[in-house]
Design a protein around this ligand. Structure first.
Ligand SMILES: Nc1ncnc2c1ncn2[C@@H]1O[C@H](COP(=O)(O)OP(=O)(O)OP(=O)(O)O)[C@@H](O)[C@H]1O
Ligand SMILES: [Mg+2]
Length: 257
């Protein structure tokens, strides 16, 4: 199984929006599950799950091996896309990991019970913690949303430095420009220069758009209610870049991207 982590040390940069839309695109081609690791449950909400469908098992039961991750998978109602809903106990994830012998290996281990899925997309809470180490260890590709600002490079460097510090398998970092407002000079400039200057940034610009915000009202991936919008196109291009970084085949091609 391939693992895509949507990750940033910064909050509010568009991780959850990207995770839900990437998972939807992936699910058109691969059996996909989104794991909502954020106790806020934003992705669980955006995928339309009701409180009754919440995960029953807390993180303690998962980490202790009393419950397998596969047993907390739920259908989103869209047959191709499954979700592992957030659980309140995820706010103690760091403590649970800390109580294990090899904290950084725990997510990888849990994901091992998902035999029926080809791709797992992890929606991660912001921050830098034991959980981040475990996320990066489990990931094949780390997707980092970058909101243009004078500190954009720093937020990308935080991710690439963490990856560079890893001893064994290192995930590929795929940064993209998020919430870009073309009326602002710094946004226009960075959207043009960053993909040229950094090998870790792909030429995908998700515009600042009320259509993305509408996901919170529609409670659905953007392509399902605004298929021809600019953000839908951008998230589609982002998936193409991630699929290629995962070495997954393009649909219908029979060959690797
Ligand atoms: N391209 C966009 N244009 C306009 N609004 C956006 C865009 N992307 C995300 N938003 C809005 O910004 C807010 C934060 O987005 P999102 O939840 O995806 O970020 P996040 O990085 O997951 O945040 P957190 O760190 O709190 O988990 C949400 O209200 C979302 O609707
Ligand atoms: Mg989020």
């Amino acid at each position: 199984m391939k693992v895509v982590a949507v990750f940033s040390v910064k909050g509010g940069v568009g991780k959850t929006s990207a995770a839900v839309n990437l998972a939807w695109s992936s699910s058109r081609e691969q059996r996909t599950v989104l794991w909502d690791l954020d106790p806020q449950g934003g992705a669980t909400y955006l995928l339309g799950l009701t409180p009754k469908q919440k995960a029953k098992a807390d993180i303690h039961a998962l980490v202790k091996g009393k419950t397998d991750l596969v047993d907390v998978v739920r259908s989103t109602g869209d047959g191709a896309l499954d979700v592992i809903p957030a659980h309140d106990s995820y706010s103690a994830l760091d403590l649970e990991l800390d109580a294990t012998k090899r904290p950084e290996r725990q997510l990888d281990k849990l994901l091992g019970s998902l035999k029926k899925h080809d791709v797992a997309v992890l929606d991660c809470p912001p921050g830098m913690s034991l959980l981040s180490d475990a996320i990066l260890r489990a990931a094949d590709v780390v997707v980092a949303p970058l909101v243009p600002s004078p500190l954009t490079m720093r937020s990308l460097d935080q991710v690439t430095d963490m990856v560079a510090g890893m001893k064994k398998k290192r995930p590929t970092v795929v940064g993209f420009l998020s919430m870009v407002d073309r009326r602002k000079t710094i946004h226009r400039d960075l959207a043009q220069t960053l993909p040229q200057e950094s090998e870790h940034v792909i030429d995908v610009v998700v515009p600042a758009s009320t259509t993305v915000e509408r996901m919170g009202v529609e409670r659905a991936p953007i392509a399902t209610f605004a298929p021809r919008s600019a953000p839908t196109r951008a998230y589609g291009e982002l998936w193409t870049g991630v699929r290629s970084a995962l070495s997954l085949p393009r649909p219908g091609s029979g060959v690797e991207a």
